[in-house]
Design a protein around this ligand. Structure first.
Ligand SMILES: Cc1ncc(COP(=O)(O)O)c(C=O)c1O
Length: 456
């Protein structure tokens, strides 16, 4: 059959409250044109993030009822640990309340002034935790990974020559080598198995532990199966195991590829490092058999991990984004190519070329998507990255709007509706105006800044 259907039936529904365009305009004004300020029940289709927004399965809800809330030694932890090890066979599995808590523990131990940590591209919380320790986060993704228009099957790959040169020059300063799969900050682009193995070899040649940020490991494995020579016949679960086989540890947000609404973990093979991590865990998260989570959350994650490697699900998931990307391209809307695993990234600067970067074309497009269609997206551009530490404002490298797909939440007709919203915007896009900021906090302004539209 040609049509890739949603490989699930809907047993429990969450109504969407329909709104009119004038109502949405009023809500946008009340939120000072910042989409983080909206109430989520005033949003028709919420593509703000794929993190923690998954629909859990009937089996996950059933697993929640088995949750054992004992402080120590809960069987929920044993099920969680076994489910993680089934995919990523690390010696020590340390639960945390979400991914950034695992990063905070790791870099509390491995970071510090003078240290340098290379990766393809560090996600912003990873970078934040590295920098908070006084260390430097270094991005070494391949050149194609920095070019939105470049077509490459594995745009998340590490630049192996650059990593070799970096390790040669800085070996004493490097406590570990990281790799983010898929590369979220680079558009959800995958990393090939050959590249993962080359990074592992290089890290080990210099005696450095190799740590994978595995938040979207299953989506990455699906891309490997579809795109990498010699991998097509392998089950995704085997590819996942191969991805982790040469690593010495991983950080994970279970809010992504574990279908959970909260949770994460730090996994390590090194006994001494794991012992120190558990000490820190007890200080900051909780006892090592719950790590900041309820027993029921551990059970939801355990069940989610058995579902995420389902190939029918992954085919539907990756195809949904590709479908939206193809239809937007046909409409003449420029996007980051090829579409990644969890989101479609629209090049707002390219599409709204009459709005200069310092008038925030990404924010203008995100506001139009909400006002016209009730679709919430996320600006990833000059609003997010434009304010330098010295206070000066500069255009970001790109002005993108991210349409991040929650897992198992929306259907084909929702995807068609999103595309239709772009169709309506296309008819009026030359009339869209930029915005100016009327108030902003000293840092991370995109979450709380207030805007007003510029006059026509
Ligand atoms: C690649 C990557 N690493 C780490 C994190 C942090 O995870 P969490 O939001 O659970 O703290 C995220 C979250 O979006 C991510 O995408």
């Amino acid at each position: 059959m040609k049509t890739i259907i949603e490989p699930f039936r809907i047993k429990s529904v969450e109504p969407i409250r329909m709104t009119t365009r004038p109502e949405r305009r009023a809500m946008l004004e009340a939120a000072h044109f910042n989409l983080f300020g909206l109430h989520s029940d005033d949003v028709l289709i919420d593509l703000l993030t794929d993190s923690g927004t998954s629909a859990m399965s009937a089996r996950q809800w059933a697993a929640i009822m088995q949750g054992d809330e004992s402080y120590a030694g809960s069987p929920s932890f044993a099920r969680f640990e076994a489910a993680v090890r089934n995919l990523a066979p690390f010696k020590h599995i340390i639960p945390t309340h979400q991914g950034r808590a695992a990063e905070a523990i790791l870099f509390h131990l491995l970071g510090g002034p003078g240290r340098k940590i290379p990766s393809n591209t560090h996600f912003d919380t990873t970078r934040g935790n590295i920098e908070a320790s006084g260390a430097e986060a270094v991005d070494l993704v391949i050149a194609e990974g920095r070019d939105p228009a470049a077509d490459h099957p594995f745009k998340g790959n590490m630049d192996i020559a650059a990593l070799a040169a970096f390790l040669e020059a800085n070996a004493d300063a490097v406590p570990c080598v990281m790799l983010t799969v898929t590369n979220n900050a680079g558009g959800g682009q995958p990393v090939s198995l050959a590249n993962i193995e080359a990074v592992a070899d290089l890290a080990h040649r210099y005696g450095k532990p190799f740590i994978i940020d595995g938040c979207r490991f299953a989506e990455n494995a699906w891309f490997i199966k579809c795109r990498e020579l010699g991998q097509a016949a392998r089950p995704v679960i085997d590819i996942v195991r191969s991805m982790f086989a040469r690593a010495d540890g991983m950080t994970m947000s279970a809010k992504k590829d574990a279908f959970a609404n909260i949770g994460g973990w730090l996994a390590l093979n090194d006994d001494a490092l794991a012992a120190s991590a558990r000490v820190r865990l007890i200080q900051t998260e909780g006892f090592p058999t719950y790590g900041g989570l309820a027993g029921r959350d551990l059970d939801a994650i355990a069940q989610g991990l058995s579902e995420i490697v389902d190939e029918d699900y992954l085919a539907y998931r990756i195809r949904t984004n590709a479908y939206i990307g193809e239809r937007l391209t046909a409409l003449g809307v420029p996007i980051v190519r090829p579409t990644g695993g969890h989101a479609v990234f629209v090049d707002a600067r390219g599409w709204l070329s009459h709005v200069p970067p310092l008038h925030y074309p990404g924010q203008a497009l995100a506001c139009a998507l909400y006002e016209i269609g009730g679709v919430r997206s996320c600006e990833i551009g000059t609003v997010m990255f434009g304010r330098a530490r010295d206070g000066a404002e500069h255009p970001a490298a790109m002005d993108l709007v991210r349409l991040a797909m929650p897992r198992r939440v929306y259907t084909q007709s929702h995807a068609d509706y999103v595309v239709e919203t772009f169709e309506e915007i296309a008819a009026v896009k030359d009339d869209l105006r930029g915005l100016r900021i009327t108030w902003e906090p000293p840092m991370m302004r995109h979450f709380t800044a207030k805007f007003e539209p510029l006059p026509a």
